[in-house]
Design a protein around this ligand. Sequence first.
Ligand code: SAM
Ligand code: SF4
Length: 337
Amino acid sequence: METAIHDTMPLSDRFGRVATDLRVSLTDRCNLRCSYCMPAEGLNWMPTPEVLTDDEVVRLITIAVTRLGVDQIRFTGGEPLIRRGFTDIVARTARLRPRPRIAVTTNGLGLDKVASGLARAGLDRVNVSLDTVRRETFLAITRRDRLDDVLTGLAAAAEAGLTPVKINAVLLRGHNEDQAPELLRWCLSHGYDLRFIEQMPLDAQHGWSRDTMVTAHEIFTSLEREFELTENPEERGSAPAELFLVDGGPATVGVIASVTRPFCGDCDRVRLTADGQIRNCLFAREESDLRQALRSGASDVEIARRWRAAMWTKRPGHGIDDESFLQPVRPMSAIGG
Ligand code: SAM
Ligand code: SF4
């Protein structure tokens, strides 16, 4: 018999880190085809019976929040807004006590139609991925002519109070590597918080190369040609973005330098894939199957025990720079970014 104390132990690993931020992927499907994420023809999507049902997702989130100390839930994918039961999953998550913070990372398509309903259901914030404000560059990167839909979605999110609205941008050589200042100017004028993310080796096509990726250093250099960036006095904590005040503040810009300045030592994340696998790192090569446990009648106590065991084996770092580094088998869209 496990004791009550064991029942509430957090998600610790051997290196003293504790995961409190759960990223829940709701689908591996997507309505864009960003070239740093997916091939033009898409991927073989997960068969529906393998994808967790809404009830299964909510049960795992409940275990995480009530037994494992998770206090932040971020829904992602694939594209989470194409999951039919999304608003209801958010509402059920918002009813949990202690009430977790609830956010979503989305490409913004269709956000205009659901933003106010999501806010009412209890969603606190959105991150919208937007790499450019030029229509032709958007089409070239995402392979879809949908820039206007994303911009409408962003405006609706702000209107619905899902603030501060954050924007995630990836810079790609040959596409938008010279557009960082333009994107920042546009975000400042609309009141959106911009974060650049270094491109990581997580695309299904294995097209990433260290030699051609746009580095954080390059991003700062190009921003500093037009803006004065000064260190943000606020503590960074476990936040992956290095934040800088723009022209004295209060506006900030961030760079998430996952490759060139990894922050693995402060990582507080754990991931649940749409087919019910726990990944203790974006770059993990091993997963722990909670779907099988759920479907074979395991109790909440047993599932929590397996989840803790999965976290305990988290590696100290992603090792992208090690000679032995191997890209995970799952691409970003099937892990949940
Ligand atoms: N479809 C949603 C979206 O695009 O926001 C959520 C899923 S997407 C996988 C989550 C985030 O991962 C996005 O901000 C996207 O730009 C980022 N991303 C995807 N592939 C990436 C890569 N190879 N390197 C860095 N970021 C990547
Ligand atoms: Fe879809 Fe997001 Fe991947 Fe782009 S980054 S293809 S929007 S999952």
